[in-house]
Each structure stands twice: as structure tokens, then as C-alpha cells.
Design a protein around this ligand. Structure first.
Ligand code: ADP
Length: 319
């Protein structure tokens, strides 16, 4: 079983020629659907083959009902903290170049409490893997990680979004850290005092990138997702998780990407599903599966509802 603690949002998306300037009124094509990093990753993990529990906070409103209906359809065991705030929302403008401007209304997500995690403790304690992100209050994320750690559950922290507050104790509680280039750049600036632009991360020499990973997260594994460049893995010196080497790159699969929104969520969900399914396998095997799964997710538009199935991955790439 994989347990996730995280966010659910109702996304409201407007596609327009240009992003609206202050004071401007413009026309756009509207679309709405489920989102939130926590939920996207929960759906990915479920479709990638895991039994999934998802702990989140929802409002008593249409958004909350949407989350419940979708979780049921996906076979996700949903544990809800119901509050007075509305369900989380995201207002997203996307221009013709694919650039976006996003406003997040955290709503209920901002109230997800450590007390609720404690009440649902068994859902965390009995999991094989716990996956968390930073669209929920940091102290709740920390409490979840600690509870999992104390019970021998493998902990994975996806340190997203990049502007979220991180601190050393939070990172310390994660067995695996899974930043993308932007998040890794932010972690370097905050925790190591190094300036590396997101666009320059992938081109760094492997030995150098490994050394930087060791500084960001000395005791655990770092998996940096590098978009169309693939993945970089860096293990702590004393544990290579069956890989037999401290660091390596894994190239991206060649696909026709039409929408990379949620590729990171796809990667994280598939990674934990694979880890829960075969905990003894070499880590590189899990990276290979997550890399394939995430590549396939970019061939369809959308986030949660565009996640592929395990069968899709097999059909496309074989065993
Ligand atoms: P995020 O969505 O957080 O920005 P990335 O862009 O790093 O995350 O993508 C996550 C993973 O998805 C990559 O490591 C890779 O496995 C896969 N991926 C993303 N974009 C592509 C692409 N254009 N072609 C193949 N795989 C991709």
C-alpha cells in the first residue's frame, strides 16, 4: 500500500492568446477539472498499479464531492478532513506559447492538520511507502514523515512547489527527495547557498551534481527529474539501494510530448507504486518504470485524468 498526504484542487483553466495584463479583460477558452499535486500523484500511483490511500482536506461543497467521486472511480481509499474552508482551487491562465500564470486558493488544503494525521495514524503506519508534497502545511507534512519513519515506512518528499518553505528537519525525515530542476535550484540556494539556474542543472557534470545532491540531502537519495533530459539519481555513500553505484543519469524515453503538465506528478506516483510493489528490486528498476510512466503521461493533455495505466506502459514499452 502507498499512502499519500496532500492537496486536492479544482483547477479552472483559461487558454488565451496572451496572459492578461493588469486592468485588461480578454477572451479565453475555459476548462475545469481535478488537480492538486497530492491528488495527481495519488491517481498516478493508483493507475500505476498501487493500492492507494489519500489523506486530504476538502470543503463541504461541489469540489469536495468531485474529489470523492473521482477517488471512488479510481479505487483510492480517501480519508477526508472536512473543514469550514472551501475545497482548494487553482486559477490558471495559459498563453499560446504554453506559458502560464497561476493563482492557488489553498482553502481546505491550508488547514490539513497534524491532529488529523494522528487520528488516521494507522493509514500511515501500515503503508509500505509514504509520499508527501509541500502544498499542505509544513508541520503536517513533517508530522506525516516522522510517523512513517518511526514505523519503518519508506518516506518520499516531493519538494514542490519550488517556492514552498523547506527546512533541514523536513528534508532529514525523507528517505528519498524528488525535486525537478527548479525545485533543486531553490533547495541549493536555500540550504547550500549555491546559485545554479534551473536551466543549467541538467548540464552539470555528474560528479559535481552528485556532490551538490549530497550537500542538499546528506543522508538520503535524491532523484532530480530533468524533463525531456530524463533523471539524475544520487545515493548517500553508505547505501546505494541495490544500484551498486553512487550516482547515474537515466535518459528520458523518446515520446511526442503534447502536454508536460503533471509529468513530475506522474513520475512521483509511479515511483512509489513501483517501490511498494517490489521493495527489494534495485532502485534503478523503479526509476526506469517511473521514467516510462511519466513519458507516456506527456502524450495526453491534462494532469490527473491523463495519467496512463500500468497496461498502457506495458503495451508501449514492454516488460
Ligand atoms: P515537472 O512536471 O515537475 O516539471 P519534469 O518536467 O522534470 O517534472 O518531468 C518529470 C519526468 O517526466 C521526467 O524526469 C521524465 O521522466 C518525464 N518527462 C517529462 N517531459 C518529458 C519529455 N518531453 N519526454 C520524455 N519524458 C519526459
Amino acid at each position: 500500500t502507498v499512502t499519500l498526504v496532500g492537496s486536492f484542487n479544482v483547477d479552472h483553466v483559461w487558454r488565451c492568446e496572451q496572459l492578461p495584463a493588469a486592468g485588461a479583460t480578454i477572451a479565453g477558452r475555459y476548462d475545469t477539472g481535478p488537480g492538486g499535486k497530492g491528488f495527481n500523484q495519488a491517481v498516478a500511483a493508483a493507475r500505476a498499479g498501487a493500492q492507494v490511500r489519500f489523506l486530504c482536506a476538502l470543503g463541504d461543497d461541489a469540489g469536495g464531492a468531485l474529489a470523492r467521486g473521482l477517488a471512488q472511480a479510481e479505487g483510492i481509499d480517501l480519508r477526508v478532513q472536512l473543514g469550514d474552508e472551501p475545497t482548494g482551487t487553482a486559477g490558471i491562465y495559459v498563453d499560446a506559447m504554453g506559458r502560464n500564470s497561476i493563482v492557488i486558493g489553498a482553502g481546505a488544503n491550508g488547514l490539513l492538520a497534524s491532529e488529523f494525521i494522528a487520528v488516521q495514524g494507522e493509514a500511515v503506519q501500515t503503508a509500505k511507502v509514504l509520499l508527501v508534497q509541500l502544498e499542505s502545511p509544513a508541520e503536517t507534512v513533517l508530522a506525516s514523515l516522522k510517523l512513517a519513519r518511526e514505523n519503518g515506512v519508506l518516506t518520499v518528499l516531493n519538494p514542490a512547489p519550488a517556492n514552498a518553505h523547506t527546512y533541514a528537519e523536513l528534508l532529514d525525515q525523507a528517505d528519498l527527495l524528488t525535486p525537478n530542476e527548479t525545485e533543486f535550484s531553490a533547495l541549493l540556494a536555500r540550504h547550500v547557498g549555491e546559485r545554479v539556474e534551473p536551466d543549467d542543472v541538467a548540464a552539470l557534470d555528474g560528479q559535481r551534481l552528485h556532490a551538490l545532491c549530497r550537500e542538499v540531502h546528506p543522508k538520503g537519495t535524491v532523484v532530480i527529474t530533468l524533463g525531456a533530459t530524463g533523471v539524475f539519481v544520487s545515493h548517500a555513500d553508505d547505501q546505494h539501494r541495490g544500484d551498486g553505484k553512487a550516482f547515474y543519469r537515466h535518459p528520458a524515453e523518446s515520446v511526442t510530448a503534447v502536454d508536460t503538465t503533471g509529468a513530475g506528478d506522474a513520475f512521483n506516483g509511479a515511483l512509489v507504486a513501483s517501490l511498494a510493489h517490489a521493495p527489494q528490486a534495485a532502485f534503478a528498476e523503479h526509476v526506469r518504470y517511473a521514467n516510462r510512466y511519466a513519458a507516456l503521461s506527456t502524450e495526453r493533455a491534462g494532469a490527473a485524468l491523463a495519467m496512463p495505466s500500468q497496461a498502457d506502459v506495458l503495451a508501449r514499452f514492454g516488460e
